[in-house]
Design a protein around this ligand. Structure first.
Ligand code: ADE
Length: 257
């Protein structure tokens, strides 16, 4: 069974031919879609379109718990999350790739944990992203010649609306990129001892830079970015070490009280 899972947009279909589609039932309800199983460059992967097969699930309605649970149930140990993001800094340009290294949570009403009692757990989130996968995708994206940021703090907002100018100015003082889907996806993966990496593709300068964000423009630029994401996955996925030496699962050892 696949040890690598990809959660992302429909653009990912271009890099693999799904051979099987599995409907997974979870204690948390239905995932965004059946999980597609296929290969990227000879490596077996599981793929979940975060917003559903027909892109009809908005960011605040994604069943993040069901998605992560389903991948875990199928044996996935490492999750690659693909996201479209806005830029909060001049030097992070539309079209650039960011291999995120930190996040700040500004979401408001999502299901954030598998541990609502009676089992109580507090997971370290100090370094949220898998160092082994970050290294692979930084090197791959740079090797392909893409403008790549090795670091970036992602502020996750609730959406579905974009930010006000005042919010954008505030976020800009402590983060580099802004999106609506990283949290709680990454948090839930960690709670199950899975590795997580975020490959963020910048679609716009958020509203701090004068022009209001235009959803249609975001979709247009994301389509342009899809080719980059496909190439990064095609080259990067086979370079992910099969055996995990990253320690991402170690957080489980210290979380339970
Ligand atoms: N996704 C893409 N661009 C965004 C922005 N400016 N704000 C929030 N989410 C986004």
């Amino acid at each position: 069974m696949p040890k690598i899972g990809i959660i992302g947009g429909s653009g990912v279909y271009g890099v693999f031919d799904p051979k099987e589609s599995i409907k997974v039932h979870t204690p948390y309800g239905r995932p965004s879609a059946p999980v597609e199983i296929g290969e990227i460059n000879g490596v077996e992967i599981a793929f979940l379109p975060r917003h559903g097969k027909t892109h009809d699930i908005p960011p605040h309605e994604v069943n993040y718990r069901a998605n992560i649970w389903a991948l875990h149930e199928l044996g996935v140990e490492r999750v690659i999350g693909i996201t479209a993001v806005g830029s909060l800094r001049e030097e992070y340009k539309p079209g650039d790739i960011v291999i995120t290294d930190q996040f700040i949570d500004f979401t408001k009403k999502r299901e954030y944990t598998f541990y609502n009692g009676p089992r109580v757990a507090h997971f370290s989130m100090a370094d949220p992203f898998c160092p082994e996968m970050r290294k692979v995708f930084i090197e791959t994206s740079k090797g392909l010649g893409y403008d790549t940021h090795e670091k970036g703090t992602y502020v996750c907002i609730e959406g579905p609306r974009f930010s006000t100018r005042a919010e954008s100015m505030m976020f800009r003082s402590y983060a580099h990129i802004i999106g609506m889907t990283l949290v709680p996806e990454i948090v839930l993966a960690r709670e199950l001892g899975m590795c997580y990496v975020n490959i963020a593709a910048i679609t716009d300068y958020d509203v701090w830079a004068e022009k209001p964000v235009d959803a249609q423009e975001v979709v247009r630029v994301m389509k342009e970015n899809e080719e980059k994401i496909r190439k990064i996955l095609q080259e990067g996925v086979p370079k992910i070490p099969e055996e995990r030496k990253c320690g991402c699962a170690d957080v489980l050892k210290t979380a339970f009280v």
